[in-house]
Design a binder for this molecule. Structure first.
Ligand code: NAD
Length: 249
């Protein structure tokens, strides 16, 4: 059986680590995940509609709910935790190839990870995008309008529907982000999946790409994932406790 010490050694010897993070790395910062025991969707299955582009485009009611949820989003007050900080330290040590995150909260960059090393594969809640003309602007400007009484603020440029610059179900990922993520999976000498249920495709295919190119897979996640049987090691410890000791931060 692979022990924590074995994984620590693996990380120490690695020269190009690709890390894929999910909502689980931010729960210790007070941002709930979707599918964990206290996940947003576990508690309210209807909340899934807010992340579905078909509902968002067709229902004003859903958009109004989505703007309320954005106003109250925990990301505005959340601080990076020891897990985010450990990954920034891995980069400073010169051993991080790429940090691919499914998170939209921006906490990796706040912890000190360089924006050019991070692929925000599902976008960011810190910007808004017009679904008609593609205009992009800081989220805060739109939130000001919502606080001022516009419950579904339209694009100022073309009148189109505005949405956070995140990838909802039914929307395609950006080609250049997918290309960078796949390259990072192919080129790494260790792939770590941290705080993700590995349930959302195409991101969930990345561990397979890495393993096919010879990199061992280490999973750090409290619950089972579909990759556990193929992983070199699976650690169930809380991320904020185990990650700093794994990367020697
Ligand atoms: P997920 O909700 O499907 O899975 C999170 C996993 O993390 C769960 O298996 C849970 O057991 C584990 N986990 C939670 N806290 C942990 C901890 N402290 N230590 C160890 N394990 C822990 O998340 P996902 O795979 O990222 O997929 C959800 C999608 O939702 C993503 O695509 C993401 O875009 C989005 N999302 C983002 C945020 C965010 O930005 N913080 C929050 C919720 C959802």
């Amino acid at each position: 059986m692979t022990t924590v010490d074995d994984v620590r050694e693996l990380v120490r010897e690695a020269r190009a680590v690709t890390v894929l993070t999910g909502a689980g790395i931010s729960t210790e910062s007070g941002i709930p995940d979707f599918r964990g025991p206290n996940g947003v969707w576990t508690r309210d299955p209807d909340a899934e509609k807010l992340s579905d582009i078909r509902w968002y485009l067709s229902s004003r009611e859903i958009r109004v709910k989505a703007w309320k949820a954005r106003i109250e989003h925990p990301a505005w007050t959340a601080k990076p935790n020891a897990g985010h900080v450990a990954l920034a330290a891995l980069e400073r040590a010169g051993r991080l190839h790429t940090l691919i995150t499914q998170n939209v909260d921006g906490l990796h960059q706040l912890a000190g990870s360089s924006p050019e090393r991070v692929v925000e594969i599902h976008g960011s809640v810190r910007d808004v995008e017009c679904l008609s003309c593609g205009d992009r602007a800081p989220m805060e400007i739109a939130l000001e309008r919502v606080r001022g009484g516009e419950d579904d603020p339209p694009c100022k440029r073309c009148g189109g529907i505005l949405k956070s610059a995140t990838i909802s179900f039914g929307q395609s990922l950006r080609d250049d982000d997918v290309e960078r993520a796949q390259r990072a999976a192919r080129e790494c000498d260790l792939f770590m999946a941290v705080g993700t249920s590995l349930a959302v495709y195409p991101v969930a295919a990345l561990p397979d790409v890495a393993m096919m190119h010879g990199a061992p897979l280490v999973i750090v996640n409290a619950e089972a994932t579909p990759y556990d049987a193929q992983a070199h090691a699976v650690l169930r410890d809380p991320i904020g406790a185990i990650l700093p000791s794994l990367v020697g931060a």
